[in-house]
Write a protein that binds this ligand. Structure first.
Ligand code: ADP
Ligand code: ZN
Length: 727
């Protein structure tokens, strides 16, 4: 009897061990501690009785069985196996990505909590006069006396930091009592709210179509304009799942979206949501994960890695904002949570819903082919009107720090009317670069082919690609003449507007202002309550947020996207413009959108503004078909980066030589769009195939090569299947 174990090591294999003598053989999906080299590693049993590849005498023995019951069910292991195969990742790395950090390290979720209660002795003491002698003890007893059930240690620590020191003598005297009790997370809350809106015809049709389809698996595209009430449709469907005691998995692209979504779900559904994302404490995350696995939590909401969360009894999977690039992991194990969600639903034979106002072109093509059910919500909910979009040609106006007069006037007037305004600019910092007023030298990063961004408030230049920083020079680094910041970032626009329109409270929301834990939620709360009137932000602000007082959206530098080399640039640009615009006029007042650009005649922009997202999407799809891009082909990219340019090229050439060019094209090695980054030269080999099958068969050859060929020192490679960026 032997077992094979998935370990967090970069080898594409499982490792065989002998079970611990005298103990039950651990079941597949449960964790064990095993010797590996000189270390002890935590791994997950993947198979029992695998076909032997080593003689028994060579096998080591499991040190410890961690779990009694498996953490992963058979279905969960099937999903992980598929992901490892499809993305050509070592199985151990995929398993570890699927586990929350606490469990990955071999930890357990403690099912008990410490509870502190006051005793009769304590109550007597309180009735006496402690105040003068021991005011802190008095205070502690008072806090506890007010709580009939006592308080758990964590809550007590919040109310009275340092209570443990104060409480020590009280515990000795028997005045307070500490015990560990079974923690029964209440995954059900009070009665759900009953004041549901009456569904529009389109919403009702969507709910009906999905509910009445009783053939198990089906992928649905809920294609609804911003503010059309997609979330309301989700809520109705989740309600039905709860009635049947079945679980729902809801994937969202950003952490910023989750607190808002969670509050809305909990209020409406009357269940506690198990939340899974990387900003939670390790314990909270593991607790939620276990509640999902056991089926206690009926609604599970999480960012992309929660697509792997085991669930005992899933009835429905929803991917909100399915077009969002952050559903794809861009480093390490590069997987697309949407695509895996579809695999998972198919395997479990349940419906999966992809929601978006700007569906990805892959999804749209599938819907048009009839592969997915296509449900449309064309009207905004509750009578809200679509925003009025105007293009402002910057060639016709003088700009004041990047802002044209019509833009400034509109901002002032919406604010004076008592509304909120959002300025969107996808560039943080003060200015994208620093230029010499005399010789024109631009501040460059020493490690990348990129300009340094000016961060005025920190007095620094920073590279947004490698993180390098240096002090903001006061004179040109070459000729010592004066320098000036060139262009605008969010910091500069904030400063300009604070000077121009000082009477309204302003908030900048970008990764510089929201890096602290909880800062994003706070900033959003201030935006929602109407406390901040003028919001300036990057794409963080573009997504999903519902701000009813917001009536004007200004898009400042849409132009950037016009000249990107990536074949997805037009799609991304259109999605961003529509999503940001969609924040305007979601309440009673109609909204207005101003797109400031130096290229008002650009055909993408014209089609988008005059005919809408779906018209532009249709054009782009035709172009993709002609040019042989996805969704009409399947692609993968092999990246290589090295300090020696020739090594990267040579490595990719060798990789290319292992391919059989049948039903597949290999293009390259070609320089990446930014050739040098972090001191490494980056090249890529692009594989394009007519079908996923022919792509996969060649990828097998490639991974064979990668597994056996030892690349030169300093060279890093990565394989990206269905890449979403950097082409
Ligand atoms: P989306 O997710 O499509 O952007 P939401 O579901 O957030 O839209 O809905 C936008 C707003 O309209 C929310 O405030 C929501 O409560 C409200 N809403 C949704 N459906 C209805 C409806 N049928 N009647 C009234 N209000 C609705
Ligand atoms: Zn750099």
């Amino acid at each position: 009897m032997r077992i094979s174990v998935a370990l967090d090591v970069p080898l594409r294999q499982l490792f065989d061990y002998l079970p611990k003598p005298g103990e039950p053989v651990p079941k597949p999906g449960s964790r064990v501690k095993v010797p590996f080299g000189r270390r002890t590693l935590c791994g997950v049993v993947w198979d029992t009785n695998p076909s032997p590849n080593l003689a028994v005498s060579q096998l080591k023995t499991v040190r410890e069985n961690i779990d009694e019951a498996p953490l992963f069910h058979d279905r969960d292991r099937k999903l992980i196996d598929f992901a490892a195969r499809y993305y050509h990742q070592p199985i151990g790395e995929v398993v570890m990505a699927a586990l929350p950090p606490l469990l990955r390290q071999g930890g357990m979720v403690d099912p008990t909590i410490e509870r502190i209660t006051i005793t009769a002795i304590g109550l007597d003491k309180l009735a006496g006069d402690l105040t003068k002698r021991a005011p802190r003890q008095q205070a502690l007893l008072e806090v506890l006396a007010a709580e009939q059930q006592g308080l758990n240690a964590e809550a007590l620590q919040q109310r009275m930091p340092g209570w443990r020191q104060v409480g020590k003598p009280l515990i000795k005297q028997g005045a307070i009592h500490s015990e560990r009790i079974e923690k029964r997370e209440r995954w059900r809350l009070a009665a759900p709210r009953s004041d549901k809106p009456h569904l529009s015809d389109e919403q009702a049709k969507a709910v009906e179509a999905i509910e009445s389809f009783d053939d198990g698996f089906r992928c649905w595209l809920l294609d609804g304009v911003t503010g059309s009430g997609k979330t309301e449709v989700f809520l109705r469907l989740i309600e039905r799942q709860i009635e049947r005691n079945q679980q729902t998995l809801l994937l969202v692209p950003e952490i910023g979206l989750t607190p808002q979504m969670v509050r809305r779900l909990e209020a409406r559904l009357g269940v506690r949501v198990a939340l899974l994302h990387s900003e939670l404490s390790d314990l909270d995350r593991a607790t939620a994960w276990v509640a999902a696995a056991t089926g206690e939590a009926l609604v599970v909401v999480g960012t992309r890695s929660s697509v792997f969360a085991p669930m005992a009894n899933t009835g429905l999977i929803i991917v909100d904002e399915e077009h969002d690039p952050s559903l794809k992991q861009h480093e390490g194990f590069r997987y697309h949570a949407r695509d895996l969600a579809i695999f998972r639903a198919a395997d479990a034979n349940i419906p999966v819903i992809l929601g978006s106002a700007t569906p990805s072109l892959e999804t749209l093509a599938n819907a048009q082919d009839g592969k997915y059910g296509h449900l449309r919500l064309t009207q905004r909910a509750a009578g809200a009107r679509p925003p009025k979009v105007t293009v402002v040609d910057t060639n016709r106006f003088n700009l004041q720090d990047g802002l044209s007069q019509p833009v400034i006037t509109a901002i002032q007037s919406h604010l004076d009317d008592g509304h909120q305004v959002l300025i969107y600019l996808n560039r943080r910092g003060y200015a994208p670069t620093l230029i010499c007023t005399d010789c024109g030298t631009i501040a460059r990063c020493q490690h990348c082919d990129a300009n340094m961004t000016v961060h005025a408030s920190r007095g620094q230049l920073q590279c947004h690609h490698c993180g390098a920083r240096r002090a903001l020079p006061t004179a040109c680094e070459t000729c010592h003449e004066p320098v000036r910041p060139l262009g605008e970032g969010t910091e500069r626009v904030e400063q300009t507007l604070a000077n121009l329109i000082p009477e309204y409270p302003l908030a900048r929301i970008d990764s510089d202002t929201t890096s602290a834990r909880g800062a994003m939620d706070k900033a959003l709360a201030a935006a929602k309550s109407g406390e901040s009137k003028l919001l300036i932000g990057t794409q963080m602000l573009a997504k999903g947020h519902h701000l009813p007082d917001l009536t004007l959206v200004v898009i400042l530098n849409a132009d950037q996207g016009f000249f990107a080399s990536d074949f997805r640039a037009s799609e991304r640009l259109a999605q961003t413009i529509v999503q940001v615009s969609g924040r305007a006029g979601r309440g009673q007042r109609a909204g207005e959108v101003l797109i400031q650009t130096a290229y008002p005649e650009h055909r993408w922009l014209k089609t988008l503004v005059n005919e809408g997202y779906h018209a532009l999407a249709a054009t782009i799809l035709q172009e993709r078909q002609l040019a042989g891009w996805p969704p009409y082909t399947a692609i993968a990219v092999l990246h290589a980066a090295s300090k020696q340019e020739s090594a990267a090229i040579e490595f990719l050439n060798q990789a290319k030589a292992t391919l059989v060019p049948f039903g597949i094209h290999a293009l390259g090695p070609a320089p990446a769009s930014m050739l040098r980054r972090q001191g490494r030269y980056r090249y890529q080999l692009l594989l394009t195939a007519d079908s996923r099958q022919s792509l996969q068969s060649q990828l097998l050859r490639l991974t064979d090569f990668l597994a056996t060929h030892k690349p030169p020192h300093h060279l890093r490679w990565s394989l990206d299947v269905d890449p979403q960026s950097e082409l």
